[in-house]
Design a protein around this ligand. Structure first.
Ligand SMILES: *Cc1c(COP(=O)(O)O)cnc(C)c1O
Length: 401
């Protein structure tokens, strides 16, 4: 079921009231739920009852509200919220794959995802082929009879490549493969399910929550898939138990209500900096500028009102040049030298040394990840001109420009 509703409008038109008419849904502060009849409880265990809550690892009302809002945003039938982004990714992949199956994945992904695929899944004898997600022929060549999943990020971490979701979807649909897409870098900007993905995963730790006060994740998919992961007998989510705490669900739901405005401002500020970086000849990657190799592709895929996102990567060539620059930026108040993204303050880190350090150095090099690459998550700065001036001062002081 595809819809054409703008993701922000889809969330805004939901009516989710609290028990006593509160404008926010009531918070579930219970692990277990009572049943009036034994018969109803038995039916619930068999998955045959509608609307009954059984136990909070399975479902609870607060998680249900947040899941419904996320499903509305993506246009999927349902969603399930997890205790971290990694929990969303690992639950999805472990549900889809059995021993002996095969996954094709973009080589450029979040470091934890890379490590899970490259190192952890060996335990289950699940085979992985790493490909360049922009090289469609290499994907077609990698398909085998036991290929179950094609995995990618809409906007890859940290090189900000844009995956051609409609094209990938054609390939997966023709070969009975599930297309799983991590949209953490670009919520609202992209609606991967609408573009042909089967399952959309998120680290809500980043833009969706936006406050850096917790880790959380989400799986947006068909009702059939969500029911399968939460099945009491063999569901990966039910049995491994990576459920989100309902108190957190309710706080994330409130932050979701401002996501569209935050995305617009992140994008506006990042675009300002990217244009300035171009002007002073600082090597950088930003998909919002025409010199980005997938700029035109992004324009055909995006929901236009949210801009090109808040992520920029700059390249200072070596880690030795990147280190003092990041330290000086923090000292001058540009933002924080920290991993993660989607915060209201600007965050920056050297990807090769931090969030992509799980990727072996030779592979980093081979795939264009420069050792001097600094990933910026541009914040909601009120005065971005001032922030740029501070960045420029740092570059000048270190004699980089
Ligand atoms: C942070 C991140 C993850 C992991 O999420 P956690 O909430 O830290 O578990 C996965 N994918 C991407 C793209 C991320 O940035």
């Amino acid at each position: 079921m595809k819809n054409n509703i703008n993701p922000a409008t889809a969330i805004k038109t939901l009516e989710q009231f609290g028990e006593f008419g509160g404008v926010n849904p009531s918070i579930t502060d219970s692990a277990t739920f009572t049943f009036l009849s034994e018969e109803e409880m038995i039916k619930t265990f068999h998955g045959d009852s509608e609307g009954c809550f059984l136990y909070s690892r399975h479902w609870n009302p607060s998680n249900r509200y947040l899941s419904e809002a996320l499903a509305a945003m993506e246009g999927t039938e349902l969603a399930w919220v997890t205790s971290s982004g990694m929990a969303a990714i690992t639950t999805t992949l472990l549900q889809l794959c059995n021993t002996g199956d095969h996954i094709i994945t973009s080589i450029i992904t979040y470091g934890g995802t890379y490590a899970f695929l490259a190192n952890y899944l060996k335990k289950f004898n699940i085979e992985i082929t790493f490909i360049n997600i922009s090289d469609i022929d290499s994907i077609k060549r990698a398909i085998r009879p036991n290929t179950k999943v094609l995995y990618t990020e809409t906007m890859t971490n940290p090189l900000l490549q844009i995956s051609n979701i409609p094209e990938l979807s054609k390939i997966t649909k023709a070969n009975d493969i599930t297309l799983v897409v991590d949209n953490t870098f670009a919520p609202m900007i992209f609606s991967p399910y609408q573009l042909g993905a089967d399952i959309v995963v998120y680290s809500m730790t980043k833009f969706i929550n936006g406050q850096n006060d917790c880790v959380a994740g989400a799986i947006c998919a068909s009702e059939e898939f969500i029911n399968a992961i939460s099945n009491v007998n063999d569901g990966t989510a039910m049995l491994l138990g990576p459920v989100l705490d309902p108190l957190r669900s309710s706080s994330i739901l409130k932050n979701l209500g401002t996501l569209h405005i935050r995305m617009q401002k992140h994008s506006e500020n990042a675009m300002y900096l990217a244009k300035k970086f171009t002007k002073i000849g600082l090597k950088h990657i930003y998909p919002g500028l025409p010199d980005h190799p997938q700029h035109e592709l992004m324009k055909t895929m995006m929901n236009k009102s949210f801009g090109f996102g808040g992520m920029i990567a700059i390249d200072l060539e070596t880690a030795e040049r990147a280190a003092p620059f990041m330290e000086l930026m923090q000292e001058k108040g540009v933002g924080y030298h920290a991993v993660s993204l989607g915060y209201f303050k600007t965050l920056f880190s050297n990807s090769g040394k931090s969030t992509s350090s799980e990727v072996p150095v030779e592979l980093q090099k081979e795939n264009g990840l420069s050792p001097g690459l600094i990933r910026f998550s541009v914040g909601l700065d009120y005065n971005i001109k001032r922030s740029y001036k501070l960045i420029k001062q740092c570059l000048t002081e270190l004699k980089y420009i």
